[in-house]
Design a protein around this ligand. Structure first.
Ligand code: DC
Length: 219
């Protein structure tokens, strides 16, 4: 069994930024499970399936192959052998992932892949149900959150820096809506594991959060 650090929390809390930093400092691999859900979501989009078509999504899971690999230490997602990493952050893919990830067959498809990685490697894995369901025996569990306003501010700054036009209120409403969907779904809802350490990053720097997590690691 590898040494496992599980980081869960809502969208935009900074999980991937922090998880990457922690992985770098520890020399562990970073496993972005959201990217796996996004990879499957792209498959459903390519099949012309709508997010509401649960049966078609369940059926489409049967023979799709999702695999991850690393290039220069950066996670790559392969969909049926095709490297689709550059497509995963598209808005449509995120929306499909948010909806399709509530379907049991979709979660089942990725569970073994995630557990096997954690068994073989020292990992920092981030997602929504890592500490509660995927790796219940993780060595370190963190629930990383930040207020909706803080997360909306960060997203607004990110999009503005890229030269994209955006509206702060719409971003904040989207974040709140995604939270509600992730937290209230029947299967593997986003919630803090009983033995997870809560870190609210609203008023913390990336370094402060990283150091707080490193301090929790026994080795
Ligand atoms: O973290 P992210 O935005 O890349 O995740 C995309 C979607 O996948 C998100 O709406 C919730 C879902 N997800 C999940 O249900 N379980 C995980 N472990 C990771 C992501």
């Amino acid at each position: 069994m590898g040494y496992n650090i599980a980081i869960d929390g809502p969208a935009g809390a900074g999980k991937s930024t922090i998880a990457k930093q922690v992985a770098k400092k520890k020399g562990f691999i970073y496993v972005d499970t959201g990217a796996m859900y996004r990879g499957l979501a792209l498959h459903f989009i390519r099949q012309g399936i709508q997010p509401e078509e649960r049966e078609k999504i369940a059926f489409a899971c049967q023979d799709v192959v999702i695999r991850i690999g690393y290039e220069d230490g950066i996670q790559q997602v392969y969909l049926n052998g095709d490297n689709v990493t550059s497509r995963l952050r598209e808005e449509a893919v995120g929306n499909m992932a948010s909806k399709s990830s509530a379907i049991p067959e979709v979660r089942e498809k990725l569970l073994e892949l995630q557990r096997n990685l954690a068994k073989e490697e020292d990992v920092v894995m981030d997602g929504r149900d890592i500490g509660t369901h995927v790796l219940p025996d993780a060595d370190v569990k963190v629930y990383l959150t930040a207020s909706v306003a803080t997360r909306a501010k960060r997203r607004f700054a990110e999009l503005t820096a890229k030269g994209e036009e955006c509206d702060f209120d719409i971003i904040a409403a989207d974040i709140a809506e995604r939270d509600a969907r992730d937290m209230n779904r029947e299967i593997a809802p986003l919630k803090q594991a009983e033995d997870a350490v809560l870190i609210d990053s609203s008023d913390m720097t990336i370094e402060e959060v990283t150091d707080a997590i490193l301090a929790l690691c026994g080795r």
